[in-house]
Design a protein around this ligand. Structure first.
Ligand SMILES: Cc1cc2nc3c(=O)[nH]c(=O)nc-3n(C[C@H](O)[C@H](O)[C@H](O)COP(=O)(O)O)c2cc1C
Length: 230
């Protein structure tokens, strides 16, 4: 089983440690990236990924190792500390670069069999909105099963997290890892994701971006083919 962790921060604080604990408990092979260390570019807004292809992005080569790891993984863990009620700027800058993979454009069919996890920690509040920042992308990439875990650690470093909270985190990660392991290889998109796919299929049938329309047609999705059946 392959797990990919994309950390929205360079440092190894509470958020990192929870994500790493989960990956360790899942077992198998783990790959980690840290943002912005491993990818720190901002989207330039040229929109050429949408209209001409992702390989025309100026940051394509820098982004490629993460995208390749994403395609190979069974489980994708995104982590971010809460910064002013949302994900870190580094995480957002990374996610912007994958806009071309959103359902309304060119989702990758491999995503429809994967599990995704969003993990955030805050001193007090903002985990829900931060996890949503990341889950919106996982959902729109087509990730079949998404888990969200937020913890108000009441601390600014892992060392300062109380024993009581630490015990809860360990227990929660045991349970989450067990769920992920038992679902591995069996995940199927739910009704919400399938409905969103079907709506986007309708949009592509009467589309506005030739690059996207051609992609959907080539995949056979505008006909009877479906990415979760591939
Ligand atoms: C720039 C910045 C903004 C923050 N904004 C919030 C916030 O909106 N709400 C909150 O509860 N904590 C906030 N915090 C605190 C962190 O989210 C919290 O300490 C978190 O657990 C840190 O995770 P880490 O140990 O992985 O860095 C902020 C911290 C920083 C550095």
């Amino acid at each position: 089983m392959k797990t990919l962790i994309i950390n929205g921060q360079n440092h190894q604080g509470s958020t990192y440690h929870i994500g790493k604990e989960l990956a360790d408990k899942i077992g198998g092979e783990t790959k980690e990236f840290f943002l912005p260390k491993d990818f720190g570019e901002f989207c330039l807004g040229c929109t050429s990924c949408f209209t001409k292809g992702e390989d025309t992005c100026l940051h394509y080569e820098k982004l490629k190792p993460i995208v390749d790891a994403l395609d190979e993984a069974d489980v994708v863990i995104l982590t971010s500390p809460v910064y002013v009620m949302h994900s870190t700027g580094s995480m957002k800058a990374f996610l912007d670069h994958l806009g071309y993979r959103w359902m309304v454009h060119r989702p990758e069919e491999k995503m429809f069999k994967k599990q995704g996890v969003c993990i955030s920690t805050a001193a007090g509040a903002g985990m829900k909105s931060t996890n949503k920042d990341m889950a919106d992308s996982l959902f729109n990439w087509g990730i079949a099963k998404i888990y969200k875990y937020g913890m108000a650690v009441a601390a600014t470093s892992w060392e300062d997290v109380s024993e009581k909270k630490m015990a809860k985190i360990h227990k929660d990660m045991d349970r989450l890892a067990a769920d992920i392991k038992s679902n591995n290889g069996n995940v199927k998109p739910g009704i919400k994701l399938k409905a969103w796919f079907m709506l986007c299929r309708f949009i592509q049938k009467n589309g506005y971006n030739p690059k996207d329309m051609e992609y959907w047609k080539h995949k056979g999705w505008t006909e009877g083919n479906r990415p979760w059946k591939a």
